[in-house]
Design a protein around this ligand. Structure first.
Ligand code: DX5
Ligand code: ZN
Length: 220
């Protein structure tokens, strides 16, 4: 089954003095999802935003809020992120002692479940859970900062996951996150990604022409 390509701009690269307006502009420019990077200065060496900010920007768009939690331990914050208006809640296996429990917590909040693999994290960590989740997010940079260089060595993980998903007829999206640009978007799709996250390319290229950049990522 081939899925349509979705673009999920990361607001990590937006102007934080007008974050609501930026979300509104992304929707107008044709974004499919809004990617929200949550960092705790502990699981990753950077701090960003929490549930209150998500709650405040929620009214600015009806698009799916694709919330990427880079926080640990993650369980005690799931409900707050769900109540704030997240639609997909993605966590890292290393951020929980019990993946099954974290998946159940997200499902209990009636949200979609994503699991993310850092560049060095192996598929084996999540293989047994593929039937229970909605999305796998493959990191193509070390999580923590926008604007880093794409790591092509993670692409075989997408190819292998796609094979498993097709063989087992699973309903799981494959998302790639980190350093995506107009050149590597093609190989990411060919490897199996159907959702592309992008921060700096969307906000900084072509003088910040969001619509043009979203279209180019979708088409290339
Ligand atoms: C990194 C974040 C990414 C990042 C993407 O930890 O998860 O979402 O902001 O930004 P670019 O596209 O600039 O690499
Ligand atoms: Zn992210």
């Amino acid at each position: 089954m081939s899925r349509s390509i979705k673009i999920s701009p990361s607001i990590l690269s937006c102007d934080f003095s007008k974050i609501g307006k930026e979300v509104e502009s992304l929707e107008k420019a044709g974004a499919d999802y809004i990617h929200v990077d949550v960092m705790d200065g502990h699981f990753v060496p950077n701090l960003t935003i929490g549930p209150d900010v998500i709650k405040n920007i929620r009214p600015f768009s009806k698009k799916i809020f694709d919330v990427h939690l880079m926080i640990s331990p993650v369980d005690k914050y799931i409900k707050q992120f769900a109540d704030a208006g997240s639609d997909i809640i993605t966590f890292h296996p290393e951020a929980t002692e019990n993946m099954g429990k974290t998946i159940d917590l997200i499902k209990k909040c009636k949200k979609k479940v994503g699991v993310s693999l850092k560049p060095k994290s192996k598929i084996e960590l999540i293989k047994d859970y593929l039937k229970q989740i909605d999305l796998v997010l493959i990191m193509s940079v070390e999580p923590g900062f926008g604007g880093q260089k794409f790591m092509p060595e993670v692409l075989p993980k997408l190819t292998e996951l796609k094979k498993i998903i097709e063989r087992e007829k699973l309903n799981v999206d494959l998302e790639i996150d980190g350093g995506i640009n107009f050149e590597n978007s093609k190989i990411a799709k060919e490897a199996g990604a159907n959702i592309l996250v992008s921060g700096s390319t969307i906000f900084k290229k072509n003088n910040g022409d969001l619509k043009k950049n979203i279209n180019l990522l979708r088409q290339n």
